[in-house]
Design a protein around this ligand. Structure first.
Ligand code: NAD
Length: 491
């Protein structure tokens, strides 16, 4: 990549002709670099390049080439894993240990989809009328992939790997706040044998560049991860020409702590579920529901543990919590803390800036004495702010857990596995972890019930989201079937 060339179209780096954006280091508030973003005309060029590649290259037909490209990309990513992890940490502020996990999960995801398409079996069967039916999965075409800032590389790969594996061509748009890891990944793609135009990268804001991509008539599918409000706008725009759309949106996920748990272990899971990546995780356990017999002890231990959390430079190996991603986002989270206080909730601990740090730091905030209809219980805050509520009966815990507009994930902590399974079955969420939290598994679907989204990523469902099913039916007789037979034109 040449300095100041940040747009990748038709296999070539181009100078962005839009505005200049400063990319920040959230742990210091300093500028890391500047990028030049795309114009709407450049989005158009990128889409047309993807269309040309889809229609004029053998990408859609050549599974071997696609498998090879995905495997090569995973190998190259592995070779420079530490460099990617450091870049991700510098740009997002997430602790380096977490960035390493993101890189290794990205490598696993690329390999998973390479293997899945390499071993794909075409369904073929003789039907009741003697004809042969074949069902094939074809690529959808040109796909726009739009991701947020909290896992810039990993969430990008969750879309890119299945989209390419299925034979689509893509235009990728990272968050305007965190473009660096995908700029670097594009350098790896540039050096590969991938046909020009199969992968294109545009940088820019959602309302300009993102919107142009979503509204473009030559884009066949939008796969979006981000906030529910943005998701709604994108859904409406896609409806105009019935564009295919997948939406991975926000959450307000509950963690249910039953009375038979080991207290220290339960507090550890709550800490991990709530404050991993500074709580900026769509599935963060932002609502902790605790059986009333444990409630007071749980709060004492949780606030003590939260006070000990190691907040610091995310590059430092011992750091447990880094800064929030931006000053604007920290302000939004602080506004929610104020809303909680104004609505009458009790701030048990945290929610403070860190005096001797210049970055966008905020200590983990724990609210108690909340009511179910309060905004801090119902709305996604997307930061290190949680509520803790007591419950008496299992049914009450399930009702509280399900009582928000979201349904992304949930956790159940209990030694009684029969109960945990029963409760998991009644939770309206796309993922339920029993005696665990957070771990995504590449083979299993990821996505939300209710307003947490439409569709699923990962697993075979993640590949299906980038394909159209086609049924081809063969009549071996070449004869008309049924009441039209032998009644045709006389010879
Ligand atoms: P956001 O919705 O503001 O932005 C996400 C992406 O969409 C960015 O690239 C942005 O530039 C783009 N965008 C914004 N407006 C657009 C528009 N009108 N048209 C096209 N693109 C547009 O979200 P964010 O603040 O970057 O990320 C946080 C949100 O993402 C949270 O709500 C979080 O829950 C959600 N999220 C969901 C998942 C999941 O798997 N369900 C994973 C991570 C994050």
């Amino acid at each position: 990549m040449q300095e100041s060339h940040h747009i990748f179209i038709q296999g070539k780096w181009r100078k962005g002709e839009g505005g200049i954006r400063k990319i920040m280091n959230p742990s210091s508030g300093e500028v890391l670099t500047e990028v030049k973003e795309a114009t709407e005309e450049q989005v158009d060029e990128a889409v047309l390049a993807a269309r040309r590649a889809f229609e004029t290259t053998n990408w859609a037909e050549n599974i071997e080439l696609r498998v090879q490209m995905l495997r090569e990309l995973s190998d190259k990513l592995e070779e420079s894993a530490e460099e990617f992890a450091l870049l991700e940490t510098r740009n997002t502020g997430k602790p380096i240990r977490e960035s390493r996990l993101d890189v290794s999960d990205s490598i696993t995801c690329l390999r998973y989809y390479a293997d899945l398409v390499a071993n794909r079996i075409c369904w073929e069967k003789e039907m009741y009328d003697g004809t042969i039916s074949k069902v094939v999965e074809e690529p959808i075409g040109v796909c726009g992939l739009i991701v947020p800032w909290n896992f810039p590389l990993l969430l990008g790969i969750w879309k890119l790997a299945p989209a390419l594996a299925a034979g689509n061509t893509v235009i990728f748009k990272p968050s305007e706040v965190t473009p660096l890891s995908f700029l670097k990944l594009t350098e790896l793609i540039e050096k590969s044998e991938m046909p020009p135009g199969v992968f294109n990268l545009v940088l820019g804001e959602g309302r300009s560049v993102g919107h142009s991509l979503v509204a473009h008539p030559e884009v066949d599918k939008i796969s979006f991860t981000g906030g529910s409000a943005t998701g709604r706008r994108i859904y409406q725009e896609c409806a105009k020409n019935l564009k295919r759309v997948s939406l991975e949106l926000g959450g307000k996920s509950p963690l249910l702590v039953f009375d038979d748990v080991d207290l220290a272990t339960a507090v550890d899971w709550a800490m991990f579920g709530s404050f991993f990546n500074q709580g900026q995780v769509c599935v963060a356990s932002s609502r902790i529901l605790v059986h009333q017999s444990l409630y007071d002890d749980f709060l004492t231990h949780l606030s003590a543990r939260a006070a000990q959390i190691v907040i610091g430079d995310p590059v430092d190996e011992t750091t447990e919590m880094g800064p929030l991603v931006s000053e604007a986002h920290r302000k939004k989270v602080e506004e929610y803390i104020q809303i909680g206080l104004t609505d009458g909730a009790r701030l048990l601990s945290g929610g403070q800036r860190i005096p001797d740090r210049s970055g966008y730091y905020l200590s983990p905030a724990i609210f108690t004495d909340v009511k179910q209809d309060m905004r801090i219980v119902q709305e996604e805050i997307f930061g290190p702010v949680i509520t803790v509520q007591p419950f008496k009966e299992e049914i009450e815990a399930i009702q509280l857990a399900n009582d928000t507009p979201f349904g992304l994930a949930a956790g159940v902590l209990s030694r009684d596995l029969e109960r945990a399974e029963r409760v998991a079955g009644r939770l309206r969420a796309g993922t339920v972890w029993i005696n665990g939290y957070h771990t995504p598994h590449v083979e299993t679907p990821w996505g939300g019930f209710k307003q947490s989204g439409i569709g699923r990523e990962l697993g075979p469902q993640g590949l299906a989201a980038f394909t159209e099913a086609k049924h081809i039916n063969r009549n071996l007789q070449l004869q008309p079937i049924g009441w039209y037979s032998n009644k045709g034109v006389s010879s």
